[in-house]
Design a protein around this ligand. Structure first.
Ligand SMILES: Cc1ncc(COP(=O)(O)O)c(C=O)c1O
Ligand SMILES: N[C@@H](CCCC[NH3+])C(=O)O
Length: 427
């Protein structure tokens, strides 16, 4: 890819409107990314908070009558959560920790949903404790056992019943939750679970989620089937008695440079149509769509090794910083921010410092051949990027800055990595 000047807006701008449906990697301003890498080092996550707000605005525009909740797991950073809250979205949380983050970021209790999947006792204890102060929060429950465990703790608040719709979709089998028995009560048993829950709790909603990375006809058809099934169920279990029917998130962005962006308005129209006539608010809970194209990962080339098949560009980021390629064979666009017009192109393998073959961001991809010291940007790193980072190989986690230059997450130190072990935490 070329290092051309981009048409990206300058840092600090604010936009009320939704902006274009995808921000491609080529549109990030190369000079600005160079400055940030020079100031903060690499590997470095850069997050454009204005872009987060634009994505939220586009979602609200496409689903004007729906309750749009942000799936916090995609990016839990405080600044992102504040931007999402200011944009009017709610918070869908996957753990007590995420609930705490949402409350701390200022989401009012009635905009916080906790989706409890096989919830550890500690999580239930914490959320029930916080419920005392935030009685409007909602707990989404996918098993009768979870209802019992909530009742044992004295909880009698708002409950949403998660249903397994038997319909999965998404970019990889590991993220197609909709058909996996782990998630939700079986569709046919949902009415009896709702009845049981009504005896003990304030049942306010139904929930289902097909999976993550919905893109393309097949996935969209699965999403439509899921929504239609949820519409049927909502009519069966008592129209008018539910506040909302949550049909999940999963809306994707194109990861390959040439793929078209999702037509969100069309998806929203299809969703409404498939739900049919239901006397309850439609709710959706996208994560990736809000943050994916708002983030890039910057990494510096430290080793260039020609081989007969490919040029290996060794970089200072690895699967510990961005796990998606190793875990899902996920494609992320890569741009050499130092490439010039005449740079030679060829098959390039971008690989990190971790002792695993899977620690490879791309293998034999046609890119401008890097030189040692070049800065590479990895696109769509805003969703499930930093969140899935680890300290494997005793690698401190990377830093994160906003495009405007504020430090959002400090770079972890080696002392930080060892701080929890006996004798650890030294310099
Ligand atoms: C229950 C639930 N809701 C929402 C999401 C958000 O998915 P995505 O980030 O793909 O929109 C997920 C992740 O797949 C999920 O498991
Ligand atoms: N972590 C996944 C998405 C899973 C969402 C959680 N249900 C990814 O990076 O694509």
């Amino acid at each position: 890819m070329s290092g051309e000047q981009s048409s990206a807006p300058e840092p600090g701008r604010t936009t009320a409107e939704g902006g274009p449906a995808i921000r491609r990697l080529a549109e990030w301003n190369a000079d600005r990314l160079h400055e940030l890498a020079a100031d903060h080092g690499t590997p470095l996550y850069v997050t454009d908070l204005d872009r987060v707000a634009e994505n939220c605005a586009r979602l609200r525009g496409a689903f004007p009558d729906a309750d749009v909740k942000y799936a916090v797991k995609a990016h839990t950073g405080r600044a992102v959560l504040e931007s999402v809250r200011e944009s009017g979205l709610g918070a869908e949380c996957a753990s007590a920790g995420e609930v705490r983050r949402a409350l701390d970021a200022g989401f009012p209790g009635d905009r916080v949903d906790y989706t409890a999947v096989n919830p550890p006792a500690r999580d239930l204890d914490s959320v029930v404790e916080w419920w005392e102060e935030h009685p409007e929060l909602t707990i989404t429950v996918g098993a009768r056992d979870t209802l019992d465990r909530l009742a044992e703790r004295g909880y009698d608040g708002r409950v949403c019943v998660r249903v397994n719709p038997g319909v999965g979709a998404g970019h990889h089998e590991k993220v197609r939750t909709g058909a996996a028995p782990k998630f939700g009560v079986p569709y046919d048993r949902a009415p009896e679970v709702v009845d049981d829950a009504r005896d003990r709790f304030d049942v306010v909603g139904l929930h289902a989620h097909a999976g993550s990375g919905i893109h393309g006809e097949e996935d969209l058809a699965a999403h439509r089937d899921l929504v239609a099934r949820m519409g049927e169920l909502a009519r069966e279990v008592g129209d008018g008695q539910l506040e909302f029917v949550d049909v999940g998130g999963g809306f994707s962005v194109p990861y390959c440079e040439d793929d078209p962006a999702l037509d969100l308005n069309a998806v929203a129209d299809t969703t409404r149509e498939a739900l049919g006539d239901v006397d309850a608010t439609l709710a959706v809970e996208p994560g990736r769509y809000v943050v994916a194209d708002a983030g890039v990962l910057l990494t510096r080339v430290n080793t260039v090794k020609p081989t007969p098949e490919t040029t290996v560009a060794g970089v200072d980021a690895g699967m510990t910083d961005l796990l998606r390629p190793a875990m899902y064979d996920a494609y992320h666009a890569i741009r050499n921010l130092d490439a010039s017009e005449g740079s030679a192109e060829g098959p390039v393998t971008v690989a990190g410092p971790i002792c695993e073959t899977g620690d490879t961001f791309c293998d034999g991809r046609d890119l401008s051949i890097p030189e040692r010291g070049d800065l590479l940007a990895v696109g769509n790193a805003g969703a499930y990027g930093y969140e899935m980072a680890s300290t494997y190989n005793s690698r401190p986690r990377p830093a994160e800055v906003s495009l405007a230059g504020d430090v959002l997450r400090e770079r972890e130190t080696l002392a930080g990595v060892t701080r929890l072990e006996r004798g650890g935490g030294g310099e």
